[in-house]
Write a protein that binds this ligand. Structure first.
Ligand SMILES: Cc1cc2nc3c(=O)[nH]c(=O)nc-3n(C[C@H](O)[C@H](O)[C@H](O)COP(=O)(O)OP(=O)(O)OC[C@H]3O[C@@H](n4cnc5c(N)ncnc54)[C@H](O)[C@@H]3O)c2cc1C
Ligand SMILES: *[C@@H]1O[C@H](CO)[C@@H](O)[C@H](O)[C@H]1NC(C)=O
Ligand SMILES: *[C@@H]1O[C@H](CO)[C@@H](O)[C@H](O)[C@H]1NC(C)=O
Ligand SMILES: *[C@@H]1O[C@H](CO)[C@@H](O)[C@H](O)[C@H]1NC(C)=O
Ligand SMILES: *[C@@H]1O[C@H](CO)[C@@H](O)[C@H](O)[C@H]1NC(C)=O
Ligand SMILES: *[C@@H]1O[C@H](CO)[C@@H](O)[C@H](O)[C@H]1NC(C)=O
Ligand SMILES: *[C@@H]1O[C@H](CO)[C@@H](O)[C@H](O)[C@H]1NC(C)=O
Ligand SMILES: *[C@@H]1O[C@H](CO)[C@@H](O)[C@H](O)[C@H]1NC(C)=O
Length: 605
């Protein structure tokens, strides 16, 4: 995640101009659904789920049903205008799950939020759209840890390309020298582009980096396998429009396929076996009113694509998990897979803000209703202007120095020597999670994330009320491992060093009150980090892959659930480690390969 400056705090009236649109092939009432048996039933129409729905329906002989808990994405202005994502993932959004995180003991017992998208497109409909694949070593580690070469970087590149359609930025500026064309696909489905509006900090960031090349080397393209360095951010933006998985993989030419049905506002509670006591799963149970239960049958496979928080919850509710725990809370255990919901990796993030001596920042429209109207009209007419961009336009992926005492004290969670430990995100505005000081102003913020982190968290059922309609208990494990905390301290210090460059004289003003003590002493910095750390919104690993036959893990390298048949998991929960960046691009590529694995299984059936 990258927190932008566009919560529209003063402009609530603009948010959610809903047309409640449903296309012909989307069903909002189960009674209208033409079939009750499909070849494939996909649970969750999000990032991964819609890729699988699209690819499987390329075969006209296969019928596919997607069951999505949220509504259609159509007719929601905020889901189209890139800069208006804030209200979509704010605590008050009608388009997120209301998950809470248990008090984080290494973060002053605070409970940082963990929203997930709840509409077609899933989290790609509400996220910040940063397109970062991770390092080649991240993927080579997936191959090594699962024993399946197919998850390695060279083998996965074609799947990144299959997903990606490199696209001109909204302002059509000359992008020579801002990316490596050889690293990108041009005829895929989801648009990826460079920043489409120039904020003044872009030049200052580049100038600073150029003056400190040892610590902040330029990287032409962080998506080419070796991300270390500072470069231009790529986002899934299509000529000024957000390109969610619903906007791309469910575009008219796909949703109109007669073999694809999409049921919205239907929440899945469980997967059910073919018969009592069987470990062959064929049925999906769901409800639209949280009372009446319905089931549909999948004759070939149930595909779980509900995301890294809901997929383990559905498995656990179905009796698939740690049998001892399930029995204790009154759920009949069907498959003993103790790793379900364990091993979650979530990255910590700290957003740091200063006043800026400028009249051009996200605050220009964020805090000025007149300016917002002007900018929105411009977006509407020409699909250009400040609303075409996501937060921030430059990013640095960096490593701890080789001689860092952190590396000699702790084992290194990074996948290899060309994999970053930290990420710094430069934003022309205040962070969304940071309250605007009374009196307003203009700001600059730089977010620090530990992208190769060691801590592990969990998703478990609520033991006092494990009902399917209750939310699971989520522990993101922030700073559970000291490596993550000390690395965050290093990361924030690197931001201070960067902004201390004379390049920022006359632009960078005083820090926000909360940040000020962090600049005074190490103790101040450490206290500040614990009281400001939040989730980076990249949890993975809760249904992690392991080698076939391994006693640990949840899924085999072909993404089939272990110790059962009929269920495949295709979403971010299968990544056994978090990639050293944001998680959407990897989820797209995993879903593309996952679709091919399904096709291979059923090629002759
Ligand atoms: C606010 C925010 C900002 C982010 N920013 C970025 C970014 O800039 N770049 C990046 O790479 N990543 C970002 N991410 C992370 C990224 O979006 C996710 O990791 C990724 O999209 C997850 O994909 P998924 O398919 O696993 O799950 P999702 O895309 O979340 O899809 C899961 C779908 O399943 C549905 N579902 C869940 N439970 C049920 C149920 N019981 N029944 C029916 N349907 C159900 C959900 O409603 C949802 O549509 C961000 C995430 C958030 C929340
Ligand atoms: C874009 O910039 C590059 C170098 O910066 C230059 O060589 C090229 O001619 C430019 N292209 C266009 C279309 O102006
Ligand atoms: C299953 O959960 C119980 C606690 O309910 C725990 O003691 C046990 O170690 C877990 N089993 C595994 C294999 O993790
Ligand atoms: C808000 O924006 C309008 C239009 O650009 C501008 O005229 C006005 O001065 C701005 N108001 C403030 C308080 O900055
Ligand atoms: C965009 O323009 C159209 C037609 O000019 C208008 O109907 C619509 O309300 C405008 N939308 C916004 C968000 O301004
Ligand atoms: C468990 O569910 C109950 C009932 O909804 C709720 O009051 C409680 O806070 C939940 N516990 C946790 C840890 O989320
Ligand atoms: C703010 O910037 C202007 C020029 O853009 C400069 O003249 C002025 O001195 C700056 N103010 C401070 C306090 O640095
Ligand atoms: C968590 O993952 C690691 C490797 O990725 C593995 O060694 C460990 O056994 C896993 N734990 C569980 C509970 O699956």
């Amino acid at each position: 995640m990258a927190f932008p400056a566009r919560s529209l705090r003063t402009l609530a009236c603009l948010a959610f101009s809903l047309a409640a649109a449903v296309t012909a092939k989307e069903y909002s009432n189960v009674a209208d659904l033409p079939l009750s048996t499909y070849d494939f039933v996909i649970v969750g129409g999000g990032n991964a789920g819609l890729v699988v729905a699209n690819r499987l329906t390329e075969n006209p002989a296969w019928s596919v049903l997607v069951i999505e808990a949220g509504p259609s994405n159509l007719g929601i202005l905020n889901e189209e205008v890139p800069a208006l994502a804030g209200p979509l993932f704010a605590a008050t959004s009608p388009y997120t799950w209301k998950y809470t995180v248990i008090p984080q003991e290494n973060a002053d017992n605070r409970q940082p939020g963990i929203p997930r998208g709840k509409m077609l497109g899933g989290s790609t409909a509400i996220n910040e759209m940063w397109y970062t694949r991770g390092s080649a070593e991240d993927f080579d580690r997936f191959a090594a840890v699962t024993g399946d070469k197919g998850w390695g970087w060279d083998e996965m590149l074609p799947y990144f390309f299959k997903n990606e359609r490199w696209t001109e930025p909204a302002d059509k500026h000359n992008t020579t020298g801002q990316y490596d064309p050889a690293a990108h696909g041009t005829d895929g489905i989801t648009a990826v582009s460079l920043p489409g509006y120039p904020w003044p900090i872009f030049d200052l960031v580049m100038e600073t980096a150029a003056s400190m090349p040892d610590e902040f080397p330029f990287v032409l393209d962080y998506n080419a396998g070796k991300p270390i360095g500072l470069g231009w951010t790529q986002t899934t933006i299509n000529g000024g429009f957000r390109h969610s998985s619903a906007q791309s993989y469910l575009a008219d030419q796909y949703i109109s396929r007669p073999n694809l049905h999409v049921l919205v506002t239907a929440q899945v509670s469980r997967v059910l076996p073919a018969s009592k006591g069987s470990t062959h799963f064929t049925k999906v149970e769901f409800s639209q009113d949280f009372e009446t239960l319905h089931t549909v049958t999948a004759t070939k496979e149930i595909i779980l694509s509900a995301g890294s928080l809901a997929t383990p919850q559905i498995l656990l509710q179905s009796g698939i998990g740690n049998s001892t725990t399930l029995k204790r809370i009154g759920i009949t255990p069907l498959v003993n897979l103790p790793a379900v919901g364990q091993n979650m990796t979530e990255q910590p993030l700290v957003s740091n803000s200063w006043f800026a001596n400028t009249t051009q920042s996200y605050e220009s429209y964020n805090l000025n209703a007149t300016q917002m109207q002007i900018d929105l009209a411009l977006w509407n007419e020409t699909h250009t202007g400040p609303l075409v961009s996501s937060s921030g336009a430059q990013v640095a992926f960096l490593r701890l120095p080789e001689d860092s005492p952190i590396l000699s004290t702790f084992s290194d969670p990074a996948a290899g020597p060309e994999t970053p430990h930290i990420e710094l995100e430069f934003t022309a505005g205040i962070g969304l999670v940071t309250p605007v000081p009374a009196g307003g102003g203009h700001f600059i913020s730089v977010q620090a994330a530990v992208v190769s982190c060691a801590s592990r968290g969990t998703v478990t059922l609520n033991e006092t009320d494990p009902s399917p309609w209750n939310l699971p208990v989520i522990d993101t494990g922030l700073f559970r491992e000291e490596f993550d905390f000390q690395t965050m301290v290093y990361a924030v210090k690197q931001i201070f060093k960067f902004l201390a460059s004379p390049v920022w004289d006359g632009y960078l003003m005083q820090p926000l009150d909360a940040l000020a003590p962090a600049l005074e002493s190490d103790a101040g910095l450490e206290a500040y980090i614990r009281s400001n750390v939040i989730n980076n919104q990249h949890p993975v690993g809760t249904a992690g892959m392991s080698p076939k036959g391994a006693s640990w893990g949840v899924t085999d390298p072909d993404l089939l659930l272990k110790k059962a048949t009929g269920i495949r998991v295709i979403d971010s929960s299968v990544l056994p480690y978090v990639v050293s960046g944001h998680t959407m691009a990897a989820t797209y590529a995993f879903a593309e390969r996952g679709s091919d694995l399904v096709k291979a299984t059923w090629a002759h059936h």
